[in-house]
Every structure is written in structure tokens, then in C-alpha cells.
Design a protein around this ligand. Structure first.
Ligand code: AMP
Ligand code: ZN
Length: 113
């Protein structure tokens, strides 16, 4: 997707603080961190949002959760963390390329705002 910010990051056209990469996913530090650890995990494949996933994405979505768990361990988030997907306008999604926020290093409230 030519006009997608996160596709440009995948293509290496925009620099990021990369913390993990494999053939399917990329993870990098959020530019506006909301917690001591705030990592974005994205598929390299352009998918607009969780609204747009299909059966063929099941393995990819599971893989993202495994990467999140691995990165949480690497960052010593031993007391817990939050993995968030904002979907659509009501969910607060601002970048139209599916991504998961791995947040940790502080205690989070519930319900979210
Ligand atoms: P969301 O609001 O769930 O769509 O999350 C989008 C996230 O992308 C926000 O937390 C932004 O701070 C983050 N973001 C936007 N541009 C960049 C960038 N160039 N590098 C890293 N994170 C970014
Ligand atoms: Zn994209």
C-alpha cells in the first residue's frame, strides 16, 4: 500500500526503533510512548484493521501473540502487561494498518478511557 505509514516502515522508507523482525512481522518502539515499554507489533502484510482479517490470517494473528509474549519476557514485564488492538473509529485506531500495542512497565487502569 503506497500511502500507508506502516507499509513504509516495513519497506524501510521511514526509520524506527526496531526491536524484532521476522518474515511475517515487525516490532518497533511507539513514537509517542504511553508506558515505559510501548512496542508496536505489525504484520508485514497490509491489513487495514481487525475488521478485515479472514481465515487465511489465523496463523499470522496467532504468531503476533507469540511475538508479544516473547517481547514481554525480553523486556522483563514479569508483573504483567497489556496487549491492545485499537479497531476503527470507536476503538481509537489512527493508523489504518493493523497493529498491536504491547504496553508495560506500569499498572494500567480498567476500564480504558
Ligand atoms: P493507533 O492509535 O492504535 O492507531 O496507534 C497508532 C500508533 O502509532 C500511535 O501510538 C502512534 O504514536 C504510533 N506511531 C505513529 N507514527 C509512528 C512512527 N513513525 N513510528 C512509531 N510509531 C508511530
Ligand atoms: Zn500498510
Amino acid at each position: 500500500m503506497a500511502d500507508c505509514l506502516f507499509c513504509k516502515i516495513v519497506a524501510g522508507e521511514i526509520p524506527t526503533n526496531k526491536v524484532y523482525e521476522d518474515d511475517k512481522v515487525l516490532a518497533f518502539g511507539d513514537i509517542n510512548p504511553q508506558a515505559p515499554v510501548h512496542i508496536l507489533i505489525i504484520p508485514k502484510k497490509h491489513i487495514k484493521s481487525l475488521e478485515d482479517v479472514s481465515n487465511e490470517d489465523v496463523e499470522l494473528l496467532g504468531h503476533i501473540q507469540l511475538v508479544a509474549s516473547k517481547l514481554a519476557k525480553e523486556n522483563n514485564l514479569n508483573d504483567g502487561y497489556r496487549l491492545v488492538n485499537n479497531c476503527g473509529v470507536d476503538g481509537g485506531q489512527t493508523v489504518a494498518h493493523i497493529h498491536y500495542h504491547l504496553l508495560g512497565g506500569r499498572t494500567f487502569g480498567w476500564p480504558p478511557g
